[in-house]
Design a binder for this molecule. Structure first.
Ligand SMILES: *[C@@H]1O[C@H](CO)[C@@H](O)[C@H](O)[C@H]1NC(C)=O
Ligand SMILES: *[C@@H]1O[C@H](CO)[C@@H](O)[C@H](O)[C@H]1NC(C)=O
Ligand SMILES: *[C@@H]1O[C@H](CO)[C@@H](O)[C@H](O)[C@H]1NC(C)=O
Ligand SMILES: *[C@@H]1O[C@H](CO)[C@@H](O)[C@H](O)[C@H]1NC(C)=O
Ligand SMILES: *[C@@H]1O[C@H](CO)[C@@H](O)[C@H](O)[C@H]1NC(C)=O
Ligand SMILES: *[C@@H]1O[C@H](CO)[C@@H](O)[C@H](O)[C@H]1NC(C)=O
Ligand SMILES: *[C@@H]1O[C@H](CO)[C@@H](O)[C@H](O)[C@H]1NC(C)=O
Ligand SMILES: *[C@@H]1O[C@H](CO)[C@@H](O)[C@H](O)[C@H]1NC(C)=O
Ligand SMILES: *[C@@H]1O[C@H](CO)[C@@H](O)[C@H](O)[C@H]1NC(C)=O
Length: 453
């Protein structure tokens, strides 16, 4: 018997949810935002907000001190207005990092201020270069209950130097991120701005219960491969009410790379993404993969505005990845000025090394895209599945794109209804045979529509 996804989610959330209260369980869940009983200012640790003094030690000492409040309700580290230059530092559990209005945490552009660390096990190597990688500016490893918030304070990654080192091939290790949480739970990031990230802005990996809301993420359009938010081998993640304008993918769901990701085996699942404004001149507004070897499933995306972008929605994978991208619903999307509205490409992405298994074929199936409108679109869609593992049950309904070119399809099958321009014949099979058992997604209440397959 199939268990509806809604029920699975409800079971997963029984301790957090009022049963039946909401179909948007993930984003409506209330994370603890009680004020911490203790608060200290970074000034108390000798920091100087002049934009020149290096404050790494002040941040490290402050966090070390605040560790002792973990079992006393936690503590807040308050960052007042000013420019606080720092190298990378770790957070601790039961912590709120609060950035006041006018407070900017400025990342040092000197690589010697960034520790060098091992690659993630699900990647086996640095993503950009073989071997190790730089530790991120702000790190959480094995933490519980961390809040990063403020009155729209800013993290400025000062990424320009890193972008140039990548482009000139003078980088020694893979670039750092602004924020990375590894194996952590109950994370909230809200009301803060991210500028000029060296590479990824926010990277939760092996995490659960992560809530990202009301963030603004911006990098200059010529920042190479800079990504916004990347949920990676993580579950129960909500991203909402945010604006993300970056060089490459604004939101990208991942789960490890070829044999390393297959062996690590941790999927990205139970993800809810809603109400985002996205721009990606050289990448996609939202992407799945190409690193997806641990699997990506049960993702609900709604209310996106994607503009001035290369691709709107992208599914990317290649032979050797294994894994799956399955049971994804994307609805209520407005596109404007996008080269290709929808891409599903089974021949994209490189390999970590030559030890990958060519027979590890990825599966892409049960993807629903509903209620898209688009203006000023180049190509409506390009579906290019893998011969030995075609993409199946790709379902398009109520999609209206003003595009100069229509759809391109190979090695794909699915269903479409009320789609213009007219889709390719591969996407015109009957719903009962290709889409959902009984087509139940189109009937019943909203919860059924969103979460049952
Ligand atoms: C930061 O955390 C990592 C991983 O837990 C640890 O190896 C490293 O020593 C920590 N760095 C500092 C400065 O505390
Ligand atoms: C937050 O700050 C950024 C600049 O750092 C600004 O562009 C943005 O409008 C601010 N957002 C709000 C809600 O005040
Ligand atoms: C890379 O390493 C070389 C040799 O140690 C050094 O001269 C160079 O500055 C380093 N590059 C970066 C971007 O750190
Ligand atoms: C963020 O700011 C809004 C007002 O702009 C406020 O209502 C909210 O409580 C703040 N905190 C979080 C965590 O969203
Ligand atoms: C979408 O997010 C914006 C903030 O970016 C907020 O002002 C607006 O109310 C949200 N809309 C919905 C429908 O949640
Ligand atoms: C389609 O999406 C638009 C834009 O997000 C939204 O305003 C509208 O209500 C949606 N229509 C339906 C039928 O859900
Ligand atoms: C569609 O995608 C395939 C695979 O990436 C590519 O080879 C082909 O050129 C694309 N077609 C168009 C018209 O963009
Ligand atoms: C499907 O994939 C196979 C193998 O990659 C390829 O030879 C074939 O041309 C593809 N089918 C179409 C219609 O492009
Ligand atoms: C996707 O949904 C189908 C049908 O409900 C289910 O059989 C399958 O296990 C789901 N896939 C994943 C990866 O959860």
């Amino acid at each position: 018997m199939k268990m509806p996804v809604a029920l699975v989610w409800l079971l997963a959330f029984t301790n957090l949810l009022i049963r039946g209260e909401s179909n948007n369980a993930l984003c409506k869940e209330n994370f603890k935002l009680d004020p911490r009983p203790h608060s200290v200012s970074i000034l108390e640790f000798g920091a100087a907000g002049d934009g020149k003094t290096l404050n790494t030690l002040a941040f490290q000492n402050a966090i070390f001190y605040l560790k002792s409040f973990a079992d006393k309700g936690g503590a807040q580290l308050y960052v007042p207005p000013g420019k606080w230059l720092t190298g990378s530092f770790n957070l601790t559990s039961h912590l709120t990092l609060f950035l006041e209005k006018g407070a900017t945490i400025l990342a040092s552009p000197d690589p010697s201020h960034w520790e060098i660390v091992s690659p993630l096990p699900s990647y086996g190597r640095g993503v950009e270069l073989p071997g190790k990688r730089y530790r991120s500016l702000i790190n959480g490893d094995n933490l519980l209950d961390v809040v990063i918030t403020g009155d729209n304070g800013t993290f400025d990654g000062q990424g320009a130097a890193w972008w140039e080192w990548l482009e000139t091939g003078t980088l020694n290790y893979s670039r750092p991120h602004i924020i990375e949480f590894v194996s952590s739970k109950h994370i909230l990031i809200s009301n803060v701005t991210f500028l000029n990230a060296p590479s990824i802005n926010i990277h939760p990996v092996y995490c659960s219960q992560v809530h990202i809301r009301k963030v603004l993420i911006e990098t200059s359009i010529d920042s190479p491969y800079v990504l916004g938010v990347v949920p990676d081998s993580s579950n129960n993640v909500c991203i909402e009410d945010s604006t993300i304008n970056v060089g490459h993918d604004a939101v990208s769901l991942k789960s490890g790379w070829d044999q390393y990701g297959i062996n690590y085996g941790r999927p990205t699942t139970a993800i809810h993404i809603r109400n985002l404004s996205l721009k990606s001149p050289t990448g996609a507004g939202i992407s799945f993969g190409s690193e997806m070897s641990g699997g990506i499933s049960d993702v609900t995306v709604e209310l996106l505005s994607i503009h001035s972008s290369h691709v709107g929605v992208a599914f990317r994978t290649t032979r050797g990845r294994g894994g799956y991208i399955q049971n994804i619903t994307i609805s209520d999307v407005v596109l404007a000025g996008v080269d290709t509205a929808i891409v599903a490409d089974g021949h994209t992405g490189s390999h970590p090394d030559d030890k990958y298994d060519r027979d590890a074929l990825p599966i892409v199936s049960n993807i629903v895209m509903r209620n898209f409108t688009g203006e000023d679109i180049g190509l409506a869609g390009n579906f290019s599945g893998i011969g030995e593992s075609p993409f199946t049950s790709i379902c398009l309904t109520d999609i209206h794109l003003q595009s100069s070119e229509s759809w391109v399809c190979s090695n794909v099958s699915g269903y479409s209804d009320d789609v213009s321009p007219e889709p390719c014949s591969e996407l015109m099979s009957s719903p009962s045979s290709s889409c959902f058992d009984g087509g139940s997604i189109y009937s019943g209440d909203t919860a059924t529509q969103l979460y049952s397959w």
